[in-house]
Design a protein around this ligand. Structure first.
Ligand code: CMC
Length: 378
């Protein structure tokens, strides 16, 4: 076997063979099971796209209806999970609450029947159905309110917005939210998916797989960047401040949030779609001054670092969309997780199909043969 050179961040090193999604970072193309993201964003729904990713084909009418009804009927969470969440500190980050709650599901459904298709299906449905309920429940409980029960007459996205805001959402907002979930559902071998596959490879239960992926998604270099984009736009404050802000940040070698990507060297296609969605929302519900700042930031960044292939990524415009829907900033990453859970589960299934435990090597650069020093001589 040839020994590979060490590459920090495993850049360009394949960690799995996968047929779930493909990114062409030079052309700015993203496909789920071979279908372009633009087409899915226009014609599909989140649950249909999730089915496509997890089971590998577009469902027929009957299969889709069955999947939808299973998910919609599994959205309630156990009162013991709710009680556990009530004990979480309200100042805690909702991603930490979600990670703990996803892991807690494993306490109730810990059987690891990984060769049983019914166990796989039930786990997929349960995780996809309950994660939005847990995110919304924590949001209400930290404000001192009781969680709202899911409504059987509302679809996946409309119901989440209803549970969050305690009122039925505008249909345009619900459809745009559903498209946001489609755009975030899957993205090849990113950090949280890698984390999910490593955990899956030990043959643990899917709740542990999802909990470890949620923890990985939370960081500011990954899903957490969408929160930081809004904080950055607020800090910049005006279009005039954009250029000095960028110049100062680049001079200090600081990262500008929502820009750059390991794979994309052009604008992320998801950012283009999200920008259009933001504009649709502004047209209907009013303008957001931070949008103008964001557009100027994109322009100045293209001028300064476009030649290095640093362009807006998925996190750049998503926050502006969620802000317009009245969603608190620290829920942006949990919403990313609501979508991405379907991608993680598709990778869980794929990993199980041809599993071998992950056990990479390392380049040891420490000492050898060091003598033990007794404690009183140190
Ligand atoms: N602002 C300024 N410079 C940047 C940025 C940025 N956002 N991103 C990369 N660079 C520069 C970096 O300074 C480095 O320059 P040099 O070669 O002169 O040292 C070069 O580009 C390569 O950067 P890197 O950090 O080595 O690239 P990476 O592939 O390891 O990291 C990244 C990719 C996404 C973590 C990084 O671009 C970044 O930190 N971006 C800001 C955080 C962010 O928006 N994250 C969301 C990622 S997309 C969605 C997701 O995965 O959740």
């Amino acid at each position: 076997m040839t020994v590979c050179e060490y590459r920090p961040g495993l850049e360009d090193i394949p960690a799995a063979q996968s047929s779930i999604s493909h990114v062409d970072g030079q052309k700015g193309i993203l496909e789920y099971r071979g279908i372009r993201i633009e087409e899915l964003a226009e014609k599909s729904t989140f649950l249909e796209t999730a089915f496509l990713l997890i089971w590998g084909y577009l469902p027929n009418r009957h299969e889709l209806a069955a999947f939808q009804s299973e998910v919609l009927n599994s959205r309630r969470i156990k009162y013991r999970i709710r009680d556990m969440m009530k004990c979480f500190p309200e100042s805690g980050h909702p991603m930490d609450a979600l990670q703990a709650s996803a892991a807690a599901l494993g306490l109730f459904y810990s059987r690891r029947d990984l060769h049983n298709p019914i166990y796989i299906r039930d786990s997929v449905v349960r995780l996809m159905a309950t994660i939005p309920t847990m995110v919304a429940a924590f949001q209400l409980m930290r404000k001192g309110d009781d969680p709202v029960k899911p409504r059987d007459d509302l679809g996946y996205s409309a119901n989440f917005l209803y549970m969050l805001n305690e009122k039925e959402p505008d249909p345009l907002a619900a459809r745009i939210f559903d498209v946001c979930l489609i755009l975030h559902v899957e993205h090849s071998m990113n950090a949280s998916t890698f984390s999910a596959r490593v955990t899956a490879s030990t043959l643990t239960d899917p709740y542990a797989v999802v909990a470890s992926a949620v923890g990985t998604l939370a960081g500011p270099l990954h899903g957490g960047a969408n929160e930081e984009v809004i904080e950055m736009l607020e800090k910049i404050g005006s279009v005039e401040n954009v250029r000095p802000f960028v110049e100062d940040a680049l001079h200090r070698k600081a990262k500008i949030m929502g820009f750059g990507h390991r794979v994309y060297k052009v604008k992320d296609p998801r950012a283009t779609i999200l920008q259009n969605l933001a504009v649709q929302l502004f047209d209907k519900f009013g303008y957001d001054k931070y949008y103008e700042i964001a557009v100027e930031l994109e322009r100045v960044m293209a001028e300064k670092v476009g030649n290095k292939g640093i362009y807006p990524n998925v996190d750049f415009y998503s926050g502006l969309v969620y802000r317009k829907m009245g969603i608190p900033t620290d829920l942006f990453t949990p919403i990313f997780a609501i979508a991405r859970v379907a991608g993680w589960l598709a990778h869980w299934k794929e990993q199980l199909a041809e599993n071998r435990i992950f056990r990479p090597t390392q380049v040891y650069n420490g000492e050898h043969g060091v003598a033990y020093t007794p404690i009183n001589q140190r």
